[in-house]
Write a protein that binds this ligand. Structure first.
Ligand code: NDP
Length: 488
C-alpha cells in the first residue's frame, strides 16, 4: 500500500501516525497518509518562520523568486499525469477534469512568477519640501494555507503563487480527505529549488492540525478555502494573534435563464455548472431560476442531457460524473433530498444513490418552485443536485437570486444586453458570468461576499493581500530639526 510523507523544512518526514485514505470509487483503503499533530505543525511553522528572514530566501531578488515559480510551473506541467491520477484516485474527481485542471494550474504559477517583480511600492508627492517619502510592499510573513479536498492542487496554486511571489513562506495544510496530490506536490517544490522551510506541506485533521496552525502565534496570514462553519473557527483562531485572513467559502449560486436565452447553450452551461466535478464545486450553479415561459422546454433539454451523462469510474477518460469524495458527502445529500421532498419539492430526475461500491450519486434535478425553504434550495449540498424555481419577472428573478446568505457566483442567460447590465449591477455575488459559466483565469479575481467569504484569489490584488505597506520618510535637509514639540 502506498504511503505518503509530510514535507517540512526541506525534508520528507513521517507524522505522529498514519490515517487511511479511501478510494471513493470503491470505498476501500488505497493509501496511508501521514498525520501532522501539534509537534509537526510547530516544526513546520518554525521552519517557515526561520526561512522567512534567512538570506537564502529573504536575500533573493523578486526576479529570482519569480524564476523559482517558473521552474515549479514547468515541473507541475511535466508531472501533470501523475498529479491528475493521484487527485482522481484520492478524491474521485474524474480524470477528464483533473488532467485539464492541472495543466491550467501551471498557468497560475506562471502568472505569479511573472508578477513577482511587478509588486511595487509608490513614490509619494509629499507636502513637505525637505522630505522624500515612498512606500515599500513587504511580505507579511508566514502564511497558513488551508484547503478542502476538492481541487486541492488548484486551490493551493492560488495561494502559493501569490504568497511566494510576494516573498512570504508557507505552511500548506491538505484536507484529511484526499491529501495525496498535495503531498506529492512537495516533491516538485523540493525539485524546483526553493530553500528549505519556504514551503511546508502537511496533512492532518481539522481539530488536531488545522486549528493548531490557525492559532499559531508565528502565523501572520491565513488563506482559507472551505465551508463557512470552519471559516468561523479559523477566524476565531486568527483573532488570538490578530493574523489577517482571506476566506474563500461555499455558495448556493443562482443560474438565471430568461425566456430570450439560447436554451441549448444555457443548458450546456447549466450541466457544466452543476454536474461537472460531480457538483463538488464551490461555484456550482445549484439554483436554477428559469422564466416560466421556457421552464418546461428548458427542463426537457436538461433532463435529456442529464440522462445521457456517463457515470462510471473516475479514472476512465470518458467518464463525466464519478463518485462523491466521501460517504459523508453522499449521506448528507440523501438526507437533504428526503427533507426537501417532505417540504414539497418534486424529483424531476435522479434522487437516489446508485447501488454498488463507491460513493456514487446520479445527476439529480429537483423542482422547488413550491418548496421555497427546502434544504436543496437553501443549503450548499456540494454534489450533483440542481434545484429549480420558476419566475415571471426580472424583479422576481433578482429577488430570488439574492435571497441567500451566500454570494459567490451568479449566471445570467439572456440576449438582452440592457437587462444583462441591470442584473450585473444588482446581483449580490463576487463573480457574475453572462451567457457562460464556470470560467476561471489567473488574471481574473475570484471570491465572494457574505457567507461566501472575503478577499480575492487570482489577479494582482491577490498578491497584494500577502504584503504589508511600509512607509519610508527620508529627510533631505542638513539643517537642524525645527521645533521638536510640534509634529511635522
Ligand atoms: P471544510 O471547511 O470542512 O474544510 C476545509 C479545510 O479546513 C480542511 O483542510 C479541513 O481539514 C480544515 N479544517 C477543519 N476544521 C478546522 C479548524 N477547526 N481549523 C482549521 N482548519 C480546519 O470544507 P470541506 O473539506 O467540506 O470542503 C467543502 C467546502 O469548501 C464547501 O463549502 C465549498 O464550497 C468550499 N470551497 C470553496 C471554494 C472557493 O474558492 N470559494 C472552492 C472549493 C471549495 P479536514 O479536512 O481535516 O477536516
Amino acid at each position: 500500500m502506498e504511503r505518503f510523507q509530510l514535507y517540512i523544512n526541506g525534508e520528507f518526514v513521517d507524522g505522529a501516525g498514519w490515517f487511511d485514505s479511501l478510494d471513493p470509487a470503491s470505498g476501500r483503503v488505497w493509501a496511508q497518509m501521514p498525520e501532522a499533530r501539534e509537534t509537526e505543525v510547530n516544526r513546520a511553522v518554525d521552519a517557515a518562520h526561520a526561512a522567512f528572514s534567512a538570506p537564502a530566501w529573504a536575500g533573493l531578488t523578486a526576479t529570482a523568486r519569480g524564476k523559482l515559480l517558473y521552474r515549479l510551473a514547468d515541473l507541475v506541467q511535466e508531472a501533470a499525469p501523475r498529479l491528475a491520477a493521484l487527485e482522481t484516485r484520492d478524491t474521485g474527481k474524474v480524470i477528464r477534469e483533473t488532467s485539464a485542471q492541472i495543466a491550467y494550474v501551471a498557468e497560475y504559477y506562471r502568472y505569479y512568477a511573472g508578477l513577482a517583480d511587478k509588486i511595487e511600492g509608490a513614490h509619494l508627492p509629499i507636502d513637505k519640501p525637505d522630505m522624500e517619502v515612498w512606500t515599500r510592499r513587504e511580505p507579511v510573513g508566514v502564511v497558513a494555507a488551508i484547503v478542502p479536498w476538492n481541487s486541492q492542487l488548484f486551490l493551493s496554486a492560488v495561494k502559493l503563487g501569490p504568497a511566494l511571489a510576494a516573498g512570504c513562506t508557507v505552511v500548506l495544510k491538505a484536507s484529511e480527505d484526499g491529501p495525496a496530490p498535495l503531498l506529492e506536490l512537495g516533491r516538485l517544490v523540493d525539485k524546483a529549488g526553493f530553500p528549505a522551510g519556504v514551503v511546508n506541506i502537511i496533512s492532518g485533521f481539522g481539530a488536531q492540525c488545522g486549528a493548531v496552525l490557525t492559532r499559531h502565534r508565528k502565523v501572520a496570514h491565513i488563506a482559507f478555502t472551505g465551508g463557512p462553519e470552519t471559516a468561523a473557527h479559523v477566524v476565531r483562531g486568527a483573532a488570538e494573534n490578530l493574523a489577517t485572513t482571506s476566506l474563500e467559502l461555499g455558495g448556493k449560486s443562482p443560474f438565471i435563464v430568461f425566456d430570450d436565452a439560447d436554451l441549448d447553450s444555457a443548458a450546456n452551461a447549466q450541466i457544466s455548472g452543476i454536474f461537472a466535478a460531480t457538483g463538488q464545486s464551490c461555484v456550482a450553479g445549484s439554483r436554477l431560476l428559469v422564466q416560466q415561459g421556457v421552464k418546461d422546454r428548458f427542463l426537457a433539454i436538461l433532463r435529456d442531457k442529464a440522462a445521457a451523462i456517463r457515470i462510471a469510474a473516475p479514472d476512465d477518460m470518458t467518464t463525466e460524473v464519478g463518485p462523491l469524495c466521501t460517504a459523508r458527502q453522499r449521506d448528507g445529500i440523501i438526507a437533504a433530498i428526503r427533507a426537501s421532498i417532505d417540504a414539497g419539492a418534486k424529483v424531476i430526475t435522479g434522487g437516489q444513490p446508485l447501488a454498488g461500491d463507491g460513493f456514487y450519486f446520479p445527476p439529480t434535478i429537483m423542482d422547488c418552485t413550491d418548496a421555497p425553504d427546502a434544504d436543496c434550495l437553501r443549503k450548499e449540498l456540494f454534489g450533483p443536485v440542481l434545484s429549480v424555481v420558476a419566475f415571471e419577472t426580472e424583479e422576481q428573478a433578482l429577488q430570488l437570486a439574492n435571497d441567500t446568505q451566500y454570494g459567490l457566483a451568479a449566471g445570467v442567460f439572456t440576449k438582452d444586453l440592457t437587462r444583462a447590465h441591470r442584473m450585473i449591477r444588482q446581483l449580490r455575488a463576487g463573480i457574475v458570468w453572462v451567457n457562460t459559466y464556470r470560467a476561471v483565469s489567473p488574471i481574473a479575481p475570484f471570491g465572494g461576499v457574505g457567507l461566501s467569504g472575503q478577499g480575492r484569489e487570482g489577479g494582482l490584488a491577490a498578491a497584494l493581500d500577502y504584503t504589508t505597506v511600509k512607509t519610508v520618510w527620508l529627510r533631505t535637509s542638513d539643517d537642524p530639526i525645527p521645533d521638536p514639540f510640534i509634529m511635522r
